[in-house]
Design a protein around this ligand. Sequence first.
Ligand code: C2E
Ligand code: CA
Ligand code: CA
Length: 741
Amino acid sequence: MLQPFAAKMTNAGSSARMFASTVVTLGCAFLLLMAAGIGVVIAITREANRLEAQRQAERVETAFNAQIRLNELRLQSLTATGELPDALQEDDPKVALQAAFKRLRGQLVDFDGAYIASARGIVLAGTETDTQLVRSGAEGLRHLEAFLRGAKEFPVSVAVGEELLPQFGTTRSTIVRDGDETLMLTVVDLSRVVPFSAASMPETLFLIAYRHISTSLLAELSDRYRVADIRLVSAQPGDRLNGLALRGPDGTASGWLSWTPARPGDVMLHRFLWALIAVALLFSAIFIFVVQRLRAAAGQIELRERQIQRLAGQDELSLLPNRRSFDLTLDQTLADLQRDGQGLAVMLIDLDRFKAVNDTYGHTAGDELIRQVAARLVSATQAGGTVARIGGDEFGIIQTQATPAGCTALAERILARLTEPFIVMGIEVTIGCSIGIAMAPRDGKDREMLLRLADTALYQSKNSGRNRFAFFETQMNRSLQLKRMVEDDLRRAIENDELTLHYQPQVSVDGSTVVGVEALVRWPHPVHGMIPPSDFIAIAEERGLIMPLSEWVLRRACIEARRWSGVRLAVNVSPIQFRHKDFVANVIRIIEETDFDPAQLELELTEGVLIEDADAAETAMMDIRAHGVGLALDDFGTGYSSLIYLRRFAFDKIKIDRSFLEYMEATGESAILVHSMAHLGRALGLRVCAEGVETAEQHRFLQAIGCHELQGFLFSKAVPAHEIDRLLGLDNPFAEVLIAA
Ligand code: C2E
Ligand code: CA
Ligand code: CA
């Protein structure tokens, strides 16, 4: 029976594993995606930086070249104005050159200096500002020589007349170092401009102008070409700085232009960092959301797996058959029983203190305990037995080929196994169990009946103390049914006035006169017949119905007994009712409402009312007596310390319990007790009543020892009110007269 379920178990938890692996996969995918995203962003940033750096380098180069071009154009346009050519027509070229240069000077403001030199390096004329340069002519020549060396293709051929202007390409520029300074040097070959006569100027002449690469010039370039902080450095700039080599005529770098590169990628990254973070957060949120949805889905799948297991008849925790499967098996076994006629037993096992373990150590411990209990039950059950978990801490066993002796042995085995301590999660716990057994076909033949009867037996074994088993017995069923019925119906019965009162006469000691009646409640039930108070008073007390019940009794008794004037009415008081704070007030109210004479009423209390709070009881009793109501101590002699109460509390009467009379004939001891009780009562000035008088012998004895009143079947059982009427002769017109007599 257990085998197929065990096999199926391997499926359990697969959805959990699936969920875990899906989450891992998703997590990896998510991380990869994030990494890829970050990679792309970094690449874009780098590329943007690189492109812009390249573009800036191009711009700086362009800017610098443009500056040089500008210098060249300026110088060319100067030489083309005609002033210089004119001067060169003079006889003394040197004088003429100086004069012409003087005139040019005003137009050389863009340059820091200029001079005219011969190819041999002789300075023929120069700016005043450049006196130093002129003075150090050799230096100037070095520039020139360097320049000429570098510019091999420099055109030296002489152009003529009208072809002057198109020959403007005779200008060259270069960069040279001059001490700490770096100069942009621009040279015009004057022989292309002026047609010298060989006689007047045998050498080729050059106009040389220069410009310092100054901070202001660079600032201007920076500004114009939007390249931050262009500056001149002597060494090659570092990684983070871009540079442009300024090469002299010999091709060696005579300096570097450097600047702080714009990093648009970085700027963009900064600007969009928040957006990126937001995107990352969004992705994370989506990831978490997806994981949660997945988890919920996995939960659903697991739940469905369990449902499937349940439908398949297995309890997912204990791996035993579940309730459904148990029922099916029982039906099947009962059907087989019809054919082979062998006995079958249904056992219900209910664990004690399981809830305590669950509450104290948690559900995991509870689950573990259930598994262990299941294992012990399986091991205790013989072949042919089916163990199932049919409720939280309830198990059921179907035992085929069962005999009462076999069942007793099995139940004892189970009790022994389950009362041994369990080790649950390292903790030793002890539980117990109660077992109820019903047998087929002896007790019943169908499933529902057997289960109900086994449950009744279980209930019984629980009620008679735990760690027991009980076979179902017919009478069990009745009392249990009754208890359940009372629990269900009593409130309605009180409300609907379905109860009734019987009255038992109390007679004078010679048995001749009815001196009182005791009201005793009855419940004529449409199905269960007349139900005695012993069957429902205790339940009424348990269920909080004793107050309405007692009030109903007192009211009804007062109304009915009003017509029995001269006859005392005794009414029983339950301890719970007596302890109620409004007890006295309620009694008085009902007496008044029913217009009953308080002196005619006698309340019967038991010791139970006095034990719990003696002071309060005393107060209530004094109060009630002050209103003229009498008090009797009921069931006298059965309590623990009747004598003490008798001394302390103000009773009018004691009622010697009927159990003393019951055993009086058998043991002489009882007679002595009854004798001393009666004696004591009389000594304390109380009326003494004996209950349960059934025989003439008892009557004689009680009369002899001096009892005042008697009550018992010998005189009358409790009877309906109209019977009391008859007894008192109230149903005949002379009744009043008779009683008086
Ligand atoms: P109790 O107060 O001791 O009432 C006397 C019981 O003894 C009655 O049983 C009565 O029928 C029974 N009895 C009387 N004479 C004899 C006899 O000669 N031989 C035997 N064997 N029994 C006799 P009942 O009516 O079943 O009442 C049982 C108990 O239920 C009462 O005991 C009383 O404690 C309680 N009870 C009855 N009616 C009420 C009620 O209205 N209120 C409260 N609180 N309790 C009530
Ligand atoms: Ca009584
Ligand atoms: Ca009694």
